[in-house]
Design a protein around this ligand. Structure first.
Ligand SMILES: Cc1cc2nc3c(=O)[nH]c(=O)nc-3n(C[C@H](O)[C@H](O)[C@H](O)COP(=O)(O)OP(=O)(O)OC[C@H]3O[C@@H](n4cnc5c(N)ncnc54)[C@H](O)[C@@H]3O)c2cc1C
Length: 423
């Protein structure tokens, strides 16, 4: 292999390139991307928009020139891939160039998605994925005059936008079509506690209320109408409703695609020589045994490195992942580990005089999903235990782990559930 095409220049792509060079690949690496800025960390978008990080802090991997020199890259920036022919082993770019490759890593990530909505204001809403989105929001806030904001989508991204507005003294409403906050991650008791906390912070919450229409007002603001028949005005609207894999350049029928490119544990797509990693692909969910897009920063890196090493001729394996979320907003930590869709009995525990709340779904004595509020110091032990269980490993906790849990005032009932009884 002497000509590898990398589609995308984000977390998965950079780790893929690292994996190629560390695996001994010395041939050409051609990187294609729609922008000419360095690889970004989308998690930092709201921090940048709120001024909490500097312009340089947006780019965790360094400058374009540094990456080019370090990894010997041939860059095709401002020239996204528009067509990828997996059978002819060629790709076409926006500028019309056709490029022949003998190995490819597709790492094109995901795009914000919004449902079809009526009204003339939808296009002026703010998505939150790239630093360009963050810059737009930052510029709008700097113009002044924003007194009210609506965040549509009670997701991990939505909550960071809420935090940004509340901290800026802007009156904020959070709306979602789901009945509770963090619908993909929070169990009922945890969601209720987070909602109480947000109301105490002055956030107005609207659930069972999807955005159905967004119209412009003559004063420059917007009116949002919801699926429950209600409506509200806001000076600014952020849409954090969901994401869709970014794969418009694939030729239908060539590569096995479900919601994302389906990959095996070597990050191979269904056509030889083609690998995929990050938010554009579906790898194994260790708990369900099915493939699933799990859009997480660390996972994108692991998948990218695995794909890169294999493109270099190694035999690297990424056996799968687990759904997890860790988010900090105001002074609250919400941590979720495991797939909340799995069935089981719900149990809850409190510790530290009520500051620690643990809720879990348990089936046949095994924890399927855990929510923690105020438990960031114990989350490592819990994550490690659930990962080992999902991989079929031994169920016990070490004496050190049990000691840590007891020091953090974790109730004995939960320690036993985790596999720590008898010590
Ligand atoms: C606001 C926000 C908060 C988040 N918070 C967390 C968090 O707390 N914890 C966590 O684990 N994860 C979080 N994530 C998710 C995490 O950022 C992603 O999982 C990770 O960035 C995925 O990396 P990626 O390389 O697959 O995709 P991306 O980082 O999206 O990179 C994709 C790249 O592909 C390029 N591209 C797109 N189309 C083309 C094309 N046609 N041709 C060439 N290149 C193309 C893009 O320009 C980009 O460079 C968050 C994401 C967002 C948006």
């Amino acid at each position: 292999m002497n000509k590898i095409a990398v589609i995308g220049f984000g977390c998965a792509a950079v780790h893929g390139i690292q994996g190629m060079r560390e695996g001994g690949y010395t041939g050409e690496i051609h990187v294609f991307a729609p922008v000419d800025t360095p690889p970004e960390n989308p998690m930092l978008t709201t921090y940048y928009a709120s001024g909490r990080i500097s312009p340089e802090g947006r780019y965790p991997f360094g400058t374009v020139a540094e990456l080019q020199e370090k990894y010997g890259l041939t860059l095709h920036l401002n020239d996204p891939v528009t067509r990828f022919d997996a059978e002819a082993k060629t790709l076409t770019t926006r500028s019309g160039g056709v490029f022949a490759w003998d190995g490819a890593l597709i790492a094109s990530g995901a795009n914000p998605w919004a449902p079809p909505m009526e009204g003339d204001g939808g296009d002026e809403c703010f998505p939150m994925r790239t630093m360009a989105d963050a810059q737009r929001l930052k510029d709008r806030l700097a113009q002044g005059g924003v007194k009210t904001a609506l965040v549509v989508g009670a997701s991990m991204i939505g909550i960071k936008a809420v935090e940004l507005f509340v901290n800026a003294g802007i009156s904020c409403t959070l709306a979602d079509i789901a009945p509770h906050i963090f619908p993909l991650a929070a169990l009922d008791g945890t969601a209720a506690r987070v909602e109480t906390y947000l109301r105490e912070k002055g956030v107005e919450l609207r659930f069972n209320a999807g955005a159905a229409a967004i119209g412009k007002r003559p004063d420059g603001g917007y009116t949002a109408a919801f699926t429950d028949g209600s409506a509200m005005d806001a000076d600014l609207i952020v849409l954090c409703v969901g994401t869709r894999t970014n794969l418009p350049f694939l030729i239908p029928g060539q590569i096995n695609v479900n919601r994302g490119i389906v990959v095996d544990d070597h990050m191979r797509a269904s056509v030889p020589g083609v690998y995929a990693a990050g938010d554009c692909c579906e790898g194994n969910n260790l708990q369900s045994g099915q493939t699933q897009v799990i859009g997480l920063w660390e996972r994108a890196g692991t998948q990218g490195r695995t794909a890169g090493a294999n493109l270099a001729g190694e035999n690297a394996v990424c056996d799968g992942g687990m759904v997890q979320n860790i988010t900090h907003f105001f002074d609250m930590d919400f941590i979720s580990v495991g797939d909340k869709r799995l069935s089981g009995e719900s149990v809850s525990f409190t510790g530290q005089g009520g500051r620690l709340y643990i809720e879990a779904v348990v089936e046949a004595g095994q924890i399927r999903c855990v929510n923690l509020l105020g438990g960031h110091r114990i989350s490592g032990v819990i994550r490690s235990r659930l990962w080992k269980t999902a991989r079929g490993g031994a169920r016990g906790l070490s004496p050190e782990e049990i000691g840590l849990l007891r020091r953090e005032d974790v109730p004995e009932g939960f320690i036993t559930l985790l596999g720590g009884s008898g010590l």
